[in-house]
Design a protein around this ligand. Structure first.
Ligand SMILES: Cc1cc2nc3c(=O)[nH]c(=O)nc-3n(C[C@H](O)[C@H](O)[C@H](O)COP(=O)(O)OP(=O)(O)OC[C@H]3O[C@@H](n4cnc5c(N)ncnc54)[C@H](O)[C@@H]3O)c2cc1C
Length: 446
């Protein structure tokens, strides 16, 4: 990790903006090649932090720890999760745990361990704006100006708030992404949780268990028709390998859209472990302890309105199946309503160059390079901006190392990582070349 006060007027071949998991993977894979490709990754936060407001105690990863920052493309790297276990002297205790998944806290600790030993990372360095500079970029930070030939933007997503809740956001109405940072005192409060995905389930469980004090009442409102499980079967997992991602990229945008809707639960459901734990708690509370009702699960209800009153807020929810709107009261509202993708402000100064689609989204090619308007050849790469281009793997850790290696190979003169031959069990034949090869195989009789 570089000191932020180091001389900042330097030119790099590659500059990375943001150090979440995705650019961290690129930084870890570029570190051994820094002699031939000069590079630096800058982050606005003072230390590595992975969605710190949602690092709830015991919340589990949805992906295997093998899908770490480097292993998929370089298992010999010093930055593997396994090496983290060895170097932090917990390899043997870890292997005895008998669990397939690790907690988000532990994975976050692993990523921080990587981030703070890399020589090509620098924290406390927000990028303020980015301007074209010759054939590359000039990047302004409070500590000085940097320049580079290639820019990799990995600035993540922004908390999404429903329109009706947005005017009330403050101390008692907030996005779940702030929960652990705020450590709210919810003792004796009537709380509404809005949003029925994994975050909603994690928050409900923590409130139920009294993590922020014993609440008086919880209403968990979800637009989804039920508590929907993550589709984790091994064939669904084939969506999360490079073969599928590569073929998906070449599909017609309208077909991509329908596929994405069909695949939603492959990345956006609640883990089986979590659902089981939740059900057991609720069964015990309702049928064994026979507690007076202090929680309600309200699936198939959309938050359609909100008003404030003396004691807190009145929420209007509309039932999907009947269209009937009902009201409920809450003193605290926690919005587990996901994240949205808007271009980061630091790119505003490049807006004349970006060739965005009709919905204002960047077009990202198979190597994650953003399409520029005619006449501009700026080499801008972006991660986690294009489910509309790359599919459901885009916001997911599964292909983080493969994607970072894809970008690095595209930038370097010779490929630095072998990213070929990742074929799964399913023959998707989504692209012409794979259709042709399937036809040839048919002719050949297999
Ligand atoms: C609670 C939660 C749990 C998740 N769990 C899983 C999981 O188990 N498995 C999985 O596959 N996926 C998971 N995901 C999805 C995905 O892995 C994460 O969202 C991941 O953090 C995305 O990484 P990122 O690098 O794109 O963005 P982020 O993690 O958001 O990082 C972006 C970074 O850029 C920095 N930044 C922004 N603007 C600037 C600027 N102008 N200058 C400098 N720095 C800047 C930010 O401070 C931030 O640190 C989870 C997501 C959430 C929210």
């Amino acid at each position: 990790m570089r000191n932020k006060d180091a001389v900042m007027t330097r030119h790099y071949s590659i500059l990375g903006v943001g150090l979440g998991p995705f650019n961290l993977s690129a930084a870890a894979l570029l570190a051994p090649h820094s002699q031939s490709i000069s590079n630096l990754f800058v982050e606005q936060k003072p230390r590595f932090a992975w969605h710190p407001g949602l690092l709830l105690d015991d919340a589990k990863m949805q992906t295997s720890y093998l899908k770490d920052m480097v292993t998929a493309v370089d298992p010999t790297s010093p930055y593997t999760f396994i090496n983290y276990l060895v170097k932090t002297k917990k390899f043997y205790p870890f292997t005895a745990r008998g669990e397939q998944t690790v907690s988000r806290l532990e994975f976050s600790d692993y990523m921080a361990w990587v981030a703070h030993q890399l020589p090509n990372t620098q924290f406390d360095t927000p990028v303020l704006n980015i301007m074209p500079h010759g054939s590359g970029f000039a990047v302004s930070t409070p500590h000085g100006q940097l320049s580079c030939d290639h820019l990799i933007v990995g600035t993540g997503t922004q908390p999404f708030m429903p329109d009706c809740a947005a005017p009330f956001v403050g101390e008692r109405v907030f996005h779940a992404s702030e929960l652990a940072l705020r450590q709210p005192d919810l003792r004796g409060k009537k709380v509404a949780i809005v949003g029925g995905g994994q975050t909603g389930a994690d928050v409900f469980q923590h409130l139920f268990d009294g993590e922020f004090g014993k609440v008086a009442h919880i209403d968990w409102i979800s637009r989804r028709p039920n508590l929907q499980g993550l589709d984790e079967n091994p064939f669904t997992d084939q969506y999360f390998i490079p073969d599928y991602a590569e073929q998906f990229h070449s599909l017609d945008p309208k077909i991509k859209h329908t596929q994405l809707a069909q695949q939603k639960l492959a990345s956006d459901g609640i883990t089986d472990d979590c659902l089981q734990g939740l059900y057991q708690r609720l069964y015990h509370d309702k049928y064994v302890r026979r507690s007076p009702q202090w929680w309600r699960l309200l699936p198939g209800q959309t938050l359609t309105g909100m008003q404030s009153h003396q004691a807190g807020y009145q929420l209007a929810t509309t039932a999907t199946l009947t269209g009937v709107t009902t009201a409920l009261d809450a003193e605290v509202v926690i919005l587990c309503t996901g994240f949205s993708r808007a271009l980061p402000q630091c790119l505003d100064t490049l807006s004349d160059h970006l060739d965005l689609d009709d919905e204002g989204r960047p077009n990202v090619n198979a190597h994650y390079r953003v399409k520029m308007r005619e006449g501009s050849s700026l080499a801008l790469y972006m991660m986690n901006v294009g489910t509309h281009c790359h599919g459901i793997i885009e916001p997911q850790l599964s292909l983080a190392a493969w994607r970072a290696a894809t970008i690095i190979n595209a930038i370097s003169d010779t490929p630095l990582y072998d990213i070929t031959h990742h074929h799964g069990l399913l023959d998707w034949t989504l692209t012409e070349s794979s259709t042709q090869s399937a036809q040839m195989q048919k002719v050949a009789g297999w």
